[in-house]
Design a protein. Structure first.
Length: 575
């Protein structure tokens, strides 16, 4: 008898929490199974005693890609109102309150489970917020405390303990074994997980900001293979999922901290599943035969700011009394402020954290890494090129800044992309984006400051080819006309769009896109009255709210609210 943990995730956070719950369940002498939602047969849900759902929200309040099939199945009227009458359920939603439709996926799932007769273990869905001072832990910790108590009170899991048993040996999801030692050799055609990724070759990587500008923004062009293994077609608004690797300097820090020898790093090994419920390893990423060095470069996320679960597992495996005590402090609910100061506020990396706990790090078993570290997740970037069968382009701003740490902080994927050279290969896949653009002849108003302009270059690039007489407005914002006015020479060649640029640093008074919209209020109203749709892309800070405020002044608050509900106003924002 075991509990079921189901997750819906896009960036991997929900999966990380699900795995954390699996480990804690084991330490409470409670068996647990973990699946992503679309891998589990909905027809088996009524036979489960307890189901823990962890789901994130994507795009316009949508379900993440790996649970959309299941969600569609759960909405079937034929299921009936007593479908889950014998099942106890709970929902943890993951979201960001700076987004327009905060945690909609978790809220909708909770309501639907209740409609299907499930015995809900909490009064409502617990809603985790990235904007909380301690992030998602602000909801995750109290939620799981309530849930473990609730499961214990059900009385159906006799061996479950109220407290965590530190002596339990956690079964790792995967294990590393030397090739030829207890490993059944598989053919190279063995099933790959996530095999919808294709290796794309870099055709060019060009800086599109002036050399004097502080921001290094790149326009990267990838070649689509003539005989691609999978379809690589795309439409305006689609995104390219990119799988980055760790920076060399970060890998070096981790290797020195973990004390791995050259022989260990280069020994031929294989990663195999350690239980029947784990997915196949992503062999496409590191091969059926690989090395520890390749895993550190391509698989384990060493650049990530360590989460509370990292310290929790480090403490679990540590044999050094003083380090173990410190690790426990950082992973405890009482030590959250200390954790924030140590890791989050200075943006310390996981590799650097290994270095700070040498006695523990140098004694870790290789298989323990699968429970301590998260894996490198693919990053989504709006495609910046008009649809083409030969190439795809991205507009990416390199993330780099100072903190209290001696070395500058760098974003994992943006640094990876900025360093790409012509001929390099990167694993990518195309996925539908959140924007739903109208027919090519319909009028559109687009607001895209900075790299938010990427999907609109794709949109107007296509329209200039197939519908050059269509009507479009693009409000673009940047710092300076000669510093970061992306694609300035291209816009003048497109008859289908009028570009209105706002430069925030070229004049004494800062000018933003909302100010330019106010100046063109009459033209905007005329387009909206003729049926134009509005698309807003960029940072999730003040810009979307300021733009929405201008639209409300032009058309009224009720019109704006209804337009958001019906999709005439759409957002694609990020923090």
């Amino acid at each position: 008898m075991s509990i079921l943990i189901l997750y819906g995730s896009e960036t991997g956070t929900a999966q990380d929490l699900a795995e954390s719950l699996r480990r804690e369940a084991q330490m409470r002498h409670l068996a647990a199974r973990v699946f992503e939602l679309d891998e589990y047969d909905v027809g088996n849900l009524p036979s489960e005693d307890v189901i823990l759902f962890v789901v994130s929200t994507t795009g316009q309040g949508e379900m993440p890609p790996n649970m959309r099939k299941t969600w569609k199945s759960l909405l079937r009227k034929s299921l009936g109102m007593d479908f889950l009458r014998n099942t106890h359920c709970t929902v943890l939603g993951l979201g960001d309150s700076s987004y327009q439709k905060y945690n909609f996926a978790g809220k909708k799932l909770f309501r639907r489970l209740a409609q299907l007769g499930a015995k809900m273990m909490t009064k409502g869905a617990f809603l985790a917020d990235d904007q909380h001072e301690i992030g998602i832990d602000g909801a995750f910790i109290p939620w799981k405390q309530e849930i473990w108590t609730g499961i214990r009170d059900l009385g159906i899991f006799e061996k479950m303990s109220e407290q965590i048993d530190p002596d339990v040996e956690i079964q790792t999801r995967y294990r590393i074994v030397a090739v030829g030692k207890g490993v059944e050799e598989e053919s190279e055609d063995a099933e790959f997980s996530e095999s919808d990724y294709e290796a794309l070759r870099v055709a060019s990587n060009v800086r599109v900001t002036s050399e004097a500008h502080f921001q290094d923004t790149r326009l990267v062009k990838f070649e689509i293979p003539v005989e691609s293994r999978i379809p690589m077609t795309y439409l305006p608004g689609d995104v390219l999922m990119v799988r980055p690797y760790n920076p060399e300097e970060t890998v070096k820090i981790a290797i020195e901290a973990l004390g791995y020898s050259e022989e260990m790093l280069h020994r031929t090994v294989k990663v195999v599943k350690n239980d029947q419920f784990s997915k196949n390893p992503p062999y496409f990423l590191f091969g059926h035969r690989t090395t520890l060095l390749t895993l550190l470069q391509r698989y384990f996320d060493l650049q990530q700011i360590p989460k509370r679960s990292f310290f929790e597992m480090m403490a679990y495996y540590s044999k050094d009394p003083s380090e173990k005590e410190r690790l426990r402090e950082l992973s405890s609910p009482e030590g959250l402020d200390d954790l924030l100061d140590y890791a989050n506020r200075c943006r310390r990396t996981t590799a650097e954290t290994f270095r700070d706990f040498p006695a523990t790090s140098k004694k870790l078993g290789l298989n323990h890494l699968f429970e301590i570290l998260t894996v490198i997740r693919p990053r989504a970037f709006s495609i910046a090129s008009a649809p083409s069968g030969s190439h795809v382009e991205l507009l990416v701003a390199k993330v780099e800044y100072k903190s209290r740490m001696a070395d500058r902080r760098r974003g994992l994927c943006s640094t990876f992309i900025a360093r790409l050279k012509e001929g390099d290969e990167v694993f990518c896949k195309i996925r539908a984006g959140t924007f739903r653009f109208p027919t090519p002849d319909a009028p559109v108003i687009c607001i895209g400051p900075g790299t938010g302009v990427a999907p609109f270059r794709s949109l107007f690039g296509q329209r200039s080819q197939i519908s050059p007489n269509s009507t479009g407005f693009l409000f673009f914002g940047c710092r300076g006309e000669h510093d970061d006015f992306y694609f300035s020479e291209e816009w003048n060649k497109m008859e289908c769009v009028e570009v209105v640029a706002a430069f925030s640093r070229d004049t004494e008074k800062k000018v933003y896109v909302q100010h330019k919209m106010g100046e063109r209020a009459r033209d905007i109203k005329k387009m909206l009255d003729s049926g134009a749709s509005v698309f807003i892309a960029g940072s999730s800070g003040d810009m979307p709210k300021a733009v929405a405020s201008v639209l409300a002044q032009i058309q009224g608050g009720e019109w704006t609210k209804k337009a958001e509900e019906t999709g005439r106003i759409q957002y694609e924002t990020w923090s």
